[in-house]
Ligand binder design. Structure first.
Ligand code: BES
Ligand code: MN
Ligand code: ZN
Length: 484
């Protein structure tokens, strides 16, 4: 069985060349802001460009886009800001803005003097747009073909970054697909199709297997839905692996809250509640295609959280994979319940590191806003993940697991309860619950991406509206770091 997404994002075509194309509709030229405007590159720059840009008042400010015609050649200048303090992410974000300004341009050329990797990522990530299902397409679906011009040595960075960007865009596509089209059964089939030719192995546990093997959390959350849950295990076993890593992702294909029903406003955004699983799948695919020498076991916990006559009630006590019990206080705290099973299962393999990502709490948005992920876990790995995320341009911040939050999870009838009756520290209490299911002596990190995974406002930098693919690049960097 294989399932393909009904619609995927539109992206520009990028190709690498050591020679500038003879002719392009547009030359894409970076400009920077010193004391005055500067054109900091030498290739693909027509004579008279500086004067033409100055004449129209270009400043080189970060994110500024200026179009000028020089002897019939269109030049689109994109501002990088202060050249002294340029990070890769400054380049990526500026190129992302550029990529969104290319309407009407069929062919373009850009020099990769500011880093082939950052430029490809900026183009492919910033140029992504989700067309949806409109019958009369108002948006121009024609995408530009862009030649990235560089030296021979740039090619490998181009290729690697293209792979990573494709994984980010895959995660976006998955998040953007409405829940009537993406539900556990077909999501699992999609994964089986997506790994073809990568060397990854996939094993899918359907509802019968989950029941038989005691995955009580997945069953409890999934049983209100007509669409049964799945646990998908993707594994990457390269020959020279020195470290063993487990990745776990929340795959709630829609979260109504269940019997603890959510209010209707913005509930449609809950199509993004499988963002953690999309992130971990994207990173795992990239790791295989990049041949990162680390053993990876990825566990995607898929279920649809619905209210119905068969749904779990508040007060129910369930038994997770591995035997621990949870009292369900709030059926809307479902993510941790499906993750618990996957965490217990993943821990059985005794990984050196376990990293889990989930759109887990509204409290993450309250604490850190829509763009910054919260990272919890064992001190060292937590700090390492947060720092590598920031290096990749994905804002993340280490959060504590205060001693007293352990109290919040005490239940009179089960090992833990899934929610506490307080507004205090919701993100951290969820982190504590996660901790309860991670095997002893395993270094672990939990990344709450409730806000970052889905952009409900306008596009910015290389981040489009809706699914962002947040976290894929962080995990790829973490895996590269583990590989040494
Ligand atoms: N999927 C939600 C968290 C969420 C909220 C993600 C907003 C993205 C945007 C999660 O399942 C949830 O409902 N969490 C509850 C937990 C509470 C009942 C303890 C929450 O945050 O309100
Ligand atoms: Mn919920
Ligand atoms: Zn949820």
């Amino acid at each position: 069985m294989s399932f393909t997404l009904p619609v995927t994002g539109l992206v520009p075509t990028v190709s690498f060349s050591t020679k500038a194309p003879k002719q392009s509709d547009a030359l894409l030229v970076p400009v920077t802001q010193g004391d005055t405007l500067e054109v900091p590159v030498t290739s693909l720059v027509p004579a008279g460009l500086f004067e033409a840009l100055e004449a129209v008042g270009a400043t080189g400010k970060h994110g500024e886009i200026t179009r000028v015609l020089i002897d019939d050649q269109l030049v689109i200048a994109f501002g990088l800001g202060d050249a002294e303090e340029l990070s890769d992410d400054d380049v990526r974000r500026a190129v992302g803005v550029l990529a969104r300004s290319l309407r009407g341009v069929e062919t373009a050329a850009i020099s990769c003097e500011f880093g082939a990797g950052a430029i490809v990522e900026g183009l492919l990530l910033g140029g992504y747009s989700y067309p949806g299902f409109k019958t009369s397409s108002s948006e121009d679906s024609a995408q530009p073909a862009i030649t990235v011009v560089g030296e021979k040595e740039d090619k490998e960075f181009f290729v690697a970054s293209e792979i990573v960007a494709e994984s980010v865009n895959l995660a976006r596509d998955l998040v953007n697909t409405p829940a009537n089209m993406l539900y556990p059964e077909v999501y699992a089939e999609f994964v089986q199709g997506a790994v073809k030719g990568t060397g990854l192995k996939v094993e899918v546990l359907d509802e019968k297997a989950l029941e038989k093997d005691g995955y009580g959390g997945l069953i409890a959350v999934g049983k209100g839905s007509a669409r049964p849950p799945r646990l998908v295990h993707v594994s990457w076993s390269p020959r020279k692996a020195s470290k063993k890593v487990a990745l776990v992702g929340k795959g709630i294909t829609f979260d109504t809250g269940g019997i603890s029903l959510k209010p209707p406003s913005n509930m449609e955004n809950m199509i993004s509640d499988m963002g953690g699983s999309a992130m971990m799948l994207g990173a795992t695919l990239a790791a295989a295609r990049l041949d990162i020498p680390v053993r990876i076991d990825t566990w995607l916990s898929m279920a649809e959280n619905m209210p119905s006559g068969t749904a779990t009630h508040p007060g129910d006590v369930i038994t997770h994979y591995g035997g621990k019990t949870s009292e369900i206080i709030n059926t809307d705290a479902e993510g941790r319940v499906v993750l618990a099973d996957a965490l217990a299962r993943a821990s059985e393999e005794q990984p050196d590191y376990l990293i889990e990502a989930s759109t887990l709490t509204g409290a993450q948005l309250v604490a850190l806003g829509a763009r910054t992920a919260g990272v919890m876990g064992t001190n060292e790995l937590r700090d390492r993940v947060a720092e590598l995320a920031r290096d990749a341009g994905e804002p993340a911040w280490a959060m504590p697991l205060p001693e007293e939050t352990a109290e919040d999870l005490k239940s009179p009838v089960a090992d833990v309860r899934n929610s506490h009756n307080s507004r205090n520290a919701g993100m951290l209490v969820a982190g504590r619950y996660i901790e309860a299911f991670v095997g002893e002596d395993i270094e672990w990190a939990h990344i709450d991406i409730a806000g970052p995974t889905y952009n409900t406002s306008a596009a910015f930098g290389y981040t489009p509206k809706r699914g962002t693919g947040f976290g894929v690049r962080t995990i790829v960097e973490v895996l590269r770091d583990f590989a040494g």
